[in-house]
Structures are given as structure tokens and as C-alpha cells.
Design a binder for this molecule. Sequence first.
Ligand SMILES: Cc1ncc(COP(=O)(O)O)c(C=O)c1O
Length: 368
Amino acid sequence: MKIPFVDLKAQTAALRPELERELAAVLGDCEFILGSRVRAFEAGFAAYCGRRFAVAVNSGTAALHLALLAHAIGPGDEVISVSHTFAATAAAILYTGATPVLVDVDPATLNLDPERLEQALTGRTRAILPVHLYGRPAAMAPIMDFARRHGLAVIEDACQAHGAELGGVRVPVSGTGCFSFYPSKNLGACGEGGCLVTDSEEVAARAAALRDHGQTEKYRHQYLGFNYRMPAFQGAVLKVKLPHLEAWTLARREHARRYLEGLAGLDLLRPEDPAGARHVFHLFVVRHPERDRLQADLSGQGIATGLHYPIPVHLQPAFAGRVRPAGPLAVTEAAARQVLSLPMYPELTVEQVDFVCAAMRAALSGHG
Ligand SMILES: Cc1ncc(COP(=O)(O)O)c(C=O)c1O
């Protein structure tokens, strides 16, 4: 059996007639940029997240950039975030001219450790940007409490966490968060896409202007903006896919449950399915000290895996000297050496999950 890490073909094939109809309609009316389809998707996605406004853009990175700008983050400011994330989290902070101040992650969750916030705080701190990595919500209650006490904005990087919940409330629980619709995400476009979701009318209005060259009306440029507009083709695709997101999320959670059962008892750190939260398992990430050997062994058995992420942001050449670690990032650096992402997508079959579990068992028992 050959098992890919992600399989976009199955989902695309299942929805193909409906996708072709919607894409043909765009070709018919030639409303190519933003427009009625993107507006309809924005309304649907805001409702899905339980928030008032959604501003669709052309990537998750753009959504993060605009969310920071809409909160007036800029040069001289500091934003607290994590190093154990995709580079775009820190890049978006740098695009504003602010400095990412990176704290270590909690060893149990691999998300921002709220205990580390105090050591990162300076007179220049303006915001906290926690990441709901792998689809597991970060510990938002202590993060929001810290932000309230120090007058900081909170912007959630929910690029991997569509539909994740804390205490029955969907992210972004703080009110403002950013999503990616990169094709392999839990909700994926057929190309690039992203969205900022917020309860703040002011943030939504500013982000909507900033995505469209800062225009508040045609050819009136209130701000120095960007071309971050979502193309209508992607809005049309996302509108077709959104009603399926819940079923896909439940399928991911069921695969995770089966993985957790199938991998029980192995000498391996398994991800938790936390009580009181809904982890949406964008990625199913195990940890093992001999990660590279394990990955090669699985590959030999026909199983593709991923590494999220093998080099922390603060050790990347592009970020050296630009980000400030707030203290030792030992948990982050250990995680980078140990994480291994197993195949995860809604269309995985029970047989495939069981095959991966058996392959892991063989790989681990073969080498004690
Ligand atoms: C945690 C995280 N933040 C930000 C991004 C950036 O999203 P995009 O690739 O859509 O720009 C991603 C997606 O890859 C991500 O996983």
C-alpha cells in the first residue's frame, strides 16, 4: 500500500461537477476579482466562525499582515509570538516594521506557553500573536487575561485551525484571527487564499481598505495599502467547499482517534485530543528522538510523512537578527528535531490508518 501525506485529488474529484458549474459561472459574468461570490463566502465563513465580519484576501500571510496593520502595529512595536510555527507568522510581523519577540512553547501542546509571556514583556510590547498549531487551540484564557492586564491586542494565527473550539466557542475566541486556504488546509482553495475574521467593525473596515490599495472609495486612497484581493475563482471554490467543512473535520477527528488507539503503548509521544477543546487535526504530529530514522523507515514502507517544522523561525537564516528570542527556546528546538507528521486528510480510509499504525509498530519494534 502507498499512502500519500495529503491527497487533494479525492476531495476535488468528489466536488468536481459543482466546482465546474461555479467556475463556469465566473467565466460567464467575468466578475473576476472580489465581487458577489467572495462576499457570499465572507458572510458564510464569518457565520461559521461565529464572528461578525470576514475580509477575504489572497493568502493567510496577507490576512496576518492586515490584521496587524489594522491594529496599528508598526515600526518600534514588539509582538509576542512563537518560533515553533510556519515562518509566515513571524514574517507578517516583520512586514509591519515591528519586531517578533519569540517565546517557547508548552511541551505538552507545542503551542505558546503562557507562563513565558511575562519574560517577553517590554515597554514596546503591543500585541500577542498565538498560533493554533496543527489545529489545536492555544491556551487562550491565560493569554487573553495577560493581554487585558497589559493593554495588548490579541490576533490569532488560525491558519491551521478552521473550526477549532475552546469551551464550545470557535476560534478566533479573542475576536480577531486569520485563516489560510492554501489547498492542503482544512478548508482549501484551488490556489492561494486567506481570510481575516473579526468582531471589530473598525478592524474589518480598515483591513478591507488595506487589501484593496487602501481605498475607502474608488480612487480615494486613505491608507498605503496592498493588492491582497481574493480572486473570484477562489471565492467560488470556497463557497462550494464551506458546507462540507464540518464533515471533513469530523473525519479528521475520527482518524486521529484511530491513530491514538493504534499507536497506544508505543515508545512515542502522541498528540493529545484535549478535553474542553476541539482539536481539528490539520496535522497529526507524533514525537520521537530518532525522528529521521523513523521517517526513512516509513518511507520504505510506502508512507509519506511531513516535518512541521524542522527549523524554528529564530534559527532560519532570513530571520536571524530580526527576531528576538525572549529566553531559551529549548522546547522549540527539541520539538524541531522530534516532530513527525503522519498522513492526515479527511478521505483517509480506516485501512490506511491501520496500515500506518502497523508500520509505526514495526519501525519502532525493529529498533527497540
Ligand atoms: C501557522 C501558519 N501561519 C501562516 C500561514 C500562511 O498562510 P499562507 O500560506 O496562506 O500565506 C500558514 C500556512 O501555510 C500557517 O500554517
